[in-house]
Design a protein around this ligand. Structure first.
Ligand code: PEP
Ligand code: CO
Length: 460
C-alpha cells in the first residue's frame, strides 16, 4: 500500500495525498518551451515514461541520509559540474576529467574540513536552462532563446532554436551513458585516494602559483603516510571507491514527470532522472508548478535562494517542500553575489531555523557574480567567487549555522571562461578557449585553487 505522507491543509498547499506527478499541470509553470507539436511531445513523453529509471529510490534515500549528516554539521557538500551539459561535448575524456577535478577538490576539502565530503555532480541530466527572455534578436529577426540541449540547439537560427521533443530522448540516453561511465569510474579504482592525492601533488608542483598550497598538500601527504604506517590499506575497497551522486535543475516538468515512478518498496514517488533535483531562482515561487512538482517526490531537493528572497517567502517554500522537516531533504543554495550575504543571509538563516527546518545551507558563488567582460563575453572572477564563499562562511558562523557546502560551475577542460586564478586568466584571454554553452565555468586549475582556499577557510 502506498504510504500517505502528509495531509497539510495550509493555504495554497495541496493535500499531499492528492499529489500526482502530473498535478503541476494545474499550476502556473514558468520557463516551459513553446513546443510546436503537442502530439509529438506527448508521444516522446510516453516513450520516456516506459524507459528504465536512471537512478533508484534506495540511492536517493542514501543521499538524503548523507545530506542529513551535512545538515547536522558532520559532513560537507560539494556540488559541481557544468552550467549546461552539451550534446556536442560528450566524450569519455570530458566526463573523466570533470569527475577527476571534483574528486581532487573533494580530497582537499575532506582534509580541510575533517569531515566526509558528499559529492554531487551537476551531471548526467543538467541539460535545461531558464532564460530571462523567451526570444532574442539575431540580425534583426526574433528567434526563440536557447533553453539547453534538452529543448533546442544553441546555433542562432530559427530552425536550430525551434524546440524539438526528440531531444528529450537524446538527453535521456546521454544521461544513461554518462551515469554508466561515472559508476564504472567511481567503483572501478579511478577514485583511489592515493591516486587522487598524486594528481593534487602534480597540480601543486606544476602550476606556477600552486606552490602556495605546498604546505597543505604536504600535510595531506603526511596524513596518508601516517595511515599507511598504522596499517590502513589505502588500496582497500573503501579508499578506492566513492559515492558520487547526480543532480540537475528540475526545469522541464513534462520530462521530470515522465521520469517519475512509484517506489515498489515504500510506495513513495521518486524522480528517477537524478538523485537530487533543484528548483532554480526564477521558478521557486511557492504556488508555482515547480514547487508543486518537487513537493511530491521523495528525492532530496535543492532550492536556489537569491538576494530578492524574503524570510517569509523562504519559510513558506520550506514548508511546502519539507513539511515533515526531514533532515537531508532540503538543501538551500544561497546565491547572493559578493557583498550581499551580510545583509541578506542572517535574516533568512534565522527564519528557517526558527521554523524548525533542518536544512543544509550551501553557497553558490557563481550566479550572483556574473558580468559581461570588455570583449562582450559573460564571465566571473575567481576573487569574487572566493569572496562570496568567505562571506557565506562568516555569516553562517555568526548565526551558529554550519556552512554546509559549495555549489560550483566547472569543467576539467582547460577553458578560459572565468578570470583570475594562480595561472591567471586575463580579460583579453577569454576568447582563447571559451566553449561553454551557457554560463562561464572554472577550469581545472581554478577549481583546485578554489578547493585549497576553501580548505583553509574550513580549518580556521
Ligand atoms: C544555474 O544553476 O545554472 C542557474 C541558472 O542558477 P539560478 O537559478 O540560481 O540562476
Ligand atoms: Co549556470
Amino acid at each position: 500500500m502506498p504510504r500517505v505522507r502528509v495531509s497539510a491543509t495550509l493555504d495554497g498547499m495541496p493535500n499531499r495525498s492528492t499529489w500526482s506527478p502530473a498535478s503541476w499541470r494545474t499550476r502556473p509553470a514558468g520557463q516551459q518551451p513553446d513546443w510546436p507539436d503537442a502530439f509529438a511531445l506527448d508521444r516522446v513523453l510516453k516513450v520516456i515514461s516506459a524507459l528504465p529509471p536512471l537512478v533508484f529510490a534506495g540511492e536517493a534515500r542514501s543521499l538524503t541520509s548523507s545530506l542529513a549528516e551535512v545538515a547536522a554539521g558532520r559532513a560537507f557538500l560539494l556540488q559541481a559540474g557544468d552550467c549546461a551539459e552539451s550534446f556536442n561535448d560528450f566524450t569519455a575524456d570530458s566526463i573523466r576529467d570533470k569527475l577527476r577535478v571534483i574528486l581532487q577538490m573533494a580530497a582537499v576539502l575532506t582534509y580541510g574540513s575533517g569531515v566526509p565530503v558528499v559529492k554531487v555532480g551537476r551531471i548526467a541530466g543538467q541539460f535545461a536552462k531558464p532564460r530571462s527572455s523567451n526570444t532574442e534578436l539575431v540580425d534583426g529577426k526574433e528567434i526563440p532563446s536557447f533553453r539547453g540541449h534538452l529543448v533546442n540547439d544553441d546555433a542562432p537560427t530559427l530552425t536550430a532554436r525551434t524546440p524539438d521533443p526528440n531531444r528529450l530522448l537524446d538527453a535521456y540516453h546521454q544521461s544513461a551513458s554518462t551515469l554508466n561511465l561515472l559508476r564504472a569510474f567511481t567503483k572501478g579504482g579511478f577514485a583511489d585516494l592515493s591516486q587522487v592525492h598524486t594528481w593534487n601533488r602534480e597540480f601543486v608542483a606544476q602550476s606556477p602559483g600552486g606552490r602556495k598550497y605546498e604546505a597543505l598538500a604536504s600535510e595531506i601527504e603526511r596524513a596518508l603516510r601516517f595511515m599507511r604506517a598504522c596499517g590502513v590499506d589505502l588500496s582497500a575497497g573503501t579508499l578506492r571507491e566513492v559515492e558520487f551522486w547526480t543532480s540537475h535543475e528540475a526545469l522541464i516538468l513534462g520530462f521530470e514527470e515522465a521520469m517519475t515512478r512509484r517506489d515498489s518498496l515504500t510506495g513513495d514517488w521518486y524522480d528517477t532522472s537524478a538523485h537530487l533535483l533543484w528548483v532554480g531562482e526564477r521558478t521557486r515561487e511557492v504556488g508555482g508548478a515547480h514547487a508543486d512538482f518537487l513537493s511530491g517526490i521523495s528525492n532530496p531537493i535543492g532550492a536556489k535562494v537569491g538576494p530578492s528572497a524574503t524570510p517569509a517567502e523562504l519559510v513558506a517554500l520550506c514548508d511546502k517542500l519539507d513539511p515533515e522537516r526531514t533532515p537531508g531533504r532540503l538543501v538551500l543554495i544561497a546565491r547572493m553575489g559578493i557583498g550581499k550575504a551580510a545583509s541578506r543571509l542572517p535574516g533568512l538563516i534565522g527564519a528557517v531555523r526558527q521554523s524548525g527546518h533542518p536544512v543544509v545551507w550551501t553557497c553558490d558563488p557563481m550566479h550572483g557574480n556574473t558580468f559581461v567582460g570588455a570583449g562582450g563575453r559573460k564571465t566571473r572572477h575567481l576573487d569574487h567567487i572566493m569572496g562570496e564563499i568567505s562571506e557565506f562562511f562568516e555569516v553562517c558562523r555568526g548565526e551558529g549555522a554550519w556552512p554546509g557546502g559549495i555549489h560550483i560551475e566547472l569543467t576539467g577542460d582547460d577553458v578560459t571562461e572565468c578570470l583570475g586564478g594562480t595561472e591567471e586568466v586575463l580579460e583579453e584571454q577569454l576568447e582563447l578557449r571559451y566553449t561553454t554553452t551557457c554560463d562561464p565555468r572554472l577550469n581545472g586549475g581554478q577549481s583546485l585553487d578554489l578547493a585549497f582556499q576553501v580548505a583553509e577557510l574550513l580549518r580556521t
